[in-house]
Design a protein around this ligand. Structure first.
Ligand SMILES: *Cc1c(COP(=O)(O)O)cnc(C)c1O
Length: 460
């Protein structure tokens, strides 16, 4: 490995990249891929820009895994954490509390869908999903329906990677290996608007595909505790966007059958779909809702499981009745994370974040449609809020996918990196999920680089 002299004049025997690979097992990766694409060691960041240790810039158009809501090193969020860190860094959250958590719960109560009034704090998205599943299960036991033990979910759904969350996830990529150790859930065929089996389109259908949910409910509702869905956007499945009508039908069916509706807004929450929450766009309220990712603007790990009064009440009793929700994580309600989340809410209240994002989203849709959709291998541009994705296909007419072994999407991702763009692929879908305050100029740069990368992999 190369020898380098660092700032203090000491000899660095090996590069940071090599030292990384000597000890670090990165997430969501085949480590062998790092032979061809070593880890990019980031030194610092500002706004949408990441700067690596060699001075190369990357435009981060995916909000560093969908969480960096207002750009890197946002001064308002940074200052809020700095102010909190010298006051109270952490305290046990059982029997103890602190002002940042109380203010945050009040702030959340003011913006979440109607009916959600109680907030259970955890420290990552999967943990919030686990809490929601356990709450739903226990709720039915404590309200006289202990036969409701099962969960329903949508095909290609993603809710995290712990054992419970994987059990209600349908993506083979994450779950297949572990099926034997997962609980059995009822998987309902999800809307697939790009390859609609009914020959309809996203904005001109009556959600004919909802028949799969109706069938599953007819067969299994009585034994089902809850259904969990990613509202309006199946993110990890490849930014699959589906109509609000589907959610409205689902809310109605849940009401009729007593199945609880869990909205996993971990990816969609905090303005990602154009509204504060996807459920708001559909004008429905879930019984339980999970949030994380954008909650702290991507600064610190935190999540919240939001519940209705009705669910909360089912747990409220003398200790001896054994109805408490005994579920805890050490870092639940961490004050630094709460301070960051409060700063996020302050930014939403004092800056025109959502109106500006709406203008830029519209602009981006047009630009992407003009620049990328004509390409013979771009099958569709799909979008919701500022999230925009394009799906690569081998045959535009038949929508025939590429052979997955070719890893066409991954190749575009790699080429984009060479061009200084952090774009990411899920299979052959490439997406933008930028900070909500990204500018049109930055979006334009991202689009130019994405197009260049695409043309290198698939010349038009
Ligand atoms: C990211 C995500 C999760 C899991 O969150 P982690 O913090 O990564 O555990 C769950 N559900 C959805 C919809 C997500 O996008």
């Amino acid at each position: 490995m190369e020898e380098k002299i660092n700032g203090t004049g000491k000899k660095q025997v090996e590069s940071l990249e090599a030292r990384d690979l000597a000890h670090i097992w990165h997430p969501a990766a085949q480590m062998k891929d790092y032979e061809a694409l070593p880890p990019i060691v980031v030194d610092h960041a500002k706004g949408v820009w990441l700067y690596d240790i060699h001075g190369k810039e990357y435009l981060d158009v995916i909000s560093s895994w969908w969480c960096n809501l207002f750009g890197h090193c946002n001064p308002i969020v940074s200052d809020a954490i700095k102010a909190q860190v010298d006051k109270l860094e952490h305290v046990i959250f059982a029997n103890f509390s602190h002002e940042p958590a109380i203010l945050l719960a009040e702030a959340l109560a003011a913006i979440v869908p109607q009916g959600l009034t109680k907030f259970h704090f955890n420290d990552n998205g999967s943990a919030a999903v686990e809490a929601a599943l356990k709450m739903a299960f226990q709720y039915h036991i404590q309200t006289g329906a202990p036969q409701r033990k099962k969960f329903m979910c949508l095909s290609e759904g993603y809710h995290g990677e712990t054992i419970g969350a994987l059990s209600v996830g349908s993506m083979d990529l994450y779950a297949k290996m572990y099926r034997p150790m997962l609980m059995e859930s009822i998987h309902i065929e999800a809307p697939d608007c790009f390859r609609c089996p009914y020959g309809k389109c996203r904005d001109c259908c009556a959600c004919e595909c909802f028949e799969h949910a109706e069938k599953a409910f007819a067969d299994h509702a009585k034994e089902t505790a809850a259904i969990i869905v990613e509202p309006l956007l199946q993110g990890s499945a490849g930014m699959r966007v589906y109509p609000t009508l589907y959610l409205q039908k689902l809310r109605k069916l849940c009401d009729e059958t007593g199945v609880l509706l869990i909205a996993d807004e971990i990816a969609t929450g905090f303005g990602r779909t154009g509204a504060m929450f996807a459920c708001g766009l559909a004008e429905i309220s879930p019984d339980l809702m999970t949030v994380s990712k954008g909650l702290t603007a991507g600064y610190l790990p935190m999540s919240v499981t939001c519940a209705t009064d009705a669910i909360y009440e089912a747990f409220y009793a003398d200790w001896s009745e054994g109805k408490a929700f005994v579920h805890s994580h050490t870092f639940a309600g961490n004050p630094l994370a709460c301070a960051a989340a409060l700063a996020v809410q302050r930014i939403f209240r004092t800056q025109p974040i959502l109106p500006n994002a709406a203008v830029n989203a519209k602009w981006l849709t047009k630009r992407m449609t003009d620049e990328l959709l004509p390409h013979p291998n771009v099958g569709e541009i799909r979008h919701i809020g500022l999230i925009h994705a394009f799906e690569l296909v081998a045959d535009k007419k038949t929508k025939e996918p590429f052979d997955a072994k070719k890893r066409v999407g991954y190749e575009v991702y790699r080429r984009a990196l060479a061009h200084g763009l952090l774009l990411r692929n899920v299979g052959d879908v490439l997406y933008f999920n930028p900070p909500l305050n990204i500018t049109q100029m930055e979006l334009d740069t991202a689009l130019t680089r994405a197009k260049a990368a695409l043309l290198e992999v698939l010349p038009a």
